[in-house]
Design a protein around this ligand. Structure first.
Ligand code: FMN
Length: 349
């Protein structure tokens, strides 16, 4: 694991701590926000459906300006977001290979296949967690993705689905995918019930089994294993890293972004930047907001993610309310962030 956080290889080692893909949350704006807090971690996009990417890319190539804008919305990112993984959903090797080429051409550092989402919509499209029942099909997808570019192909999955939840089945699944070329396994340490529980319940009701992921790493030391699910504090991450190669944090990163300010120093051994504060995060977003707003983007798209940056101090509600009101104006620009940062600086936050 020594090279996992080598300063010479920030991309490869970035999975030591990553921010999980979350639909409607980990958009480019939230990712840029997280970059003000940790420069070393791996960031994931929201899941992009390979089939949708295929259609939009086709139309954009044909010169359709709306499709070009849609493509930018789907996969565009800011240079500061590196290292960044594009997460895709699908079960068709050809479409996933195409998505991989698009990711490589677009400058992504990694492509990740979603095998953990249990939503009904995703099941109808026959991708996400239901693919855990079809390891051979997933292997074909991985092989096609690995052959399509030089990007690392990684997977994110559960420890099992429905009645297929034995450790032996998990091991066989992982072995099959490793044989096909999967380079890292990000494992949400809960099974998913495909019928009976909705996605939200599937993130809370099935019990967490970190022990199974630890065991997997023990029995397959040559594989790169990342643990996800219920990691709420830095200390829990540090403890998990005694057993696995990487940790992935989802809801606790969105709900408490500044909780992770010590990550670069504590988990990557990089003390080159002072730990972020609420004001440094807001101020750091200004150059990005200038670029975004000058291209016609609305400030609100960025500011909506900032509500969680100030928490647990008196006056937080007022600050959020003022920011919400000012940023909600259609004409609002980066000056709103400058004013919000000043308010925080005056209070030493
Ligand atoms: C709102 C929301 C959206 C999510 N969207 C995705 C997604 O697009 N792709 C994916 O693989 N997992 C998705 N997840 C699951 C998370 O990546 C993660 O596996 C899960 O939240 C458990 O980690 P946590 O306990 O640290 O939050 C989502 C989770 C949430 C809360």
């Amino acid at each position: 694991m020594a090279e996992a956080h080598s300063p010479l290889n920030p991309v490869v080692g970035a999975y030591r701590f990553s921010v999980a893909p979350m639909m409607d949350y980990t958009d480019r704006h939230f990712r840029v926000l997280m970059r003000q807090i940790t420069r070393r971690s791996l960031l994931y996009t929201e899941m992009v459906v390979a089939q949708a990417l295929h259609h939009v890319q086709g139309a954009a190539r044909g010169g359709d300006a709306r499709a070009q804008a849609r493509l930018e919305r789907l996969i565009g990112f800011d240079a500061c977001e590196h290292p960044i993984a594009l997460q895709v959903g699908g079960d068709d090797p050809a479409l996933l290979a195409e998505a991989t080429r698009i990711a490589a051409d677009g400058g992504y550092d990694e492509i990740n296949l979603n095998l953990g989402c249990p939503s009904e919509k995703v099941q109808k499209g026959r991708f996400g967690a239901c693919l855990m029942a079809e390891p051979e099909q997933v292997a074909r997808c991985i092989a096609a993705m690995a052959a399509a570019s030089s990007l690392p192909v990684t997977v994110k999955h559960r420890i099992g689905i429905d009645a297929r939840d034995s450790y032996a089945e998990l091991l066989a699944f992982v072995d099959t995918l490793a044989g096909a070329g999967a380079q890292r396994f990000s494992i949400h340490a809960r099974k998913a019930w495909l019928e009976g529980l909705d996605p939200k319940q599937n993130r809370t009701i099935p019990p967490l089994r970190h022990d199974l992921v630890h065991r997997l790493k023990q029995e397959r030391p040559q594989l790169t294993i990342e643990l996800n699910g219920g990691l709420l504090e830095l200390e829990a991450c540090r403890a998990a890293l005694e057993h696995v190669d990487g940790v992935m944090v989802g809801r606790a990163a969105y709900d408490h972004p500044l909780r992770w300010a010590p990550v670069d120093r504590e988990l990557f051994g990089d003390a080159s930047q002072p730990p972020a504060s609420a004001s440094s995060v807001v101020r750091g977003l200004i150059p990005y907001a200038e670029r975004w707003c000058s291209q016609g983007g609305r400030l609100w798209a960025i500011a909506r993610h900032l509500v969680q940056v100030v928490e647990g101090v008196s006056g937080a509600r007022h600050w959020r309310r003022d920011l919400g009101q000012a940023a909600g104006d259609r004409r609002a620009g980066p000056e709103v962030l400058a004013a919000a940062a000043r308010q925080l600086e005056q209070r030493g936050l």
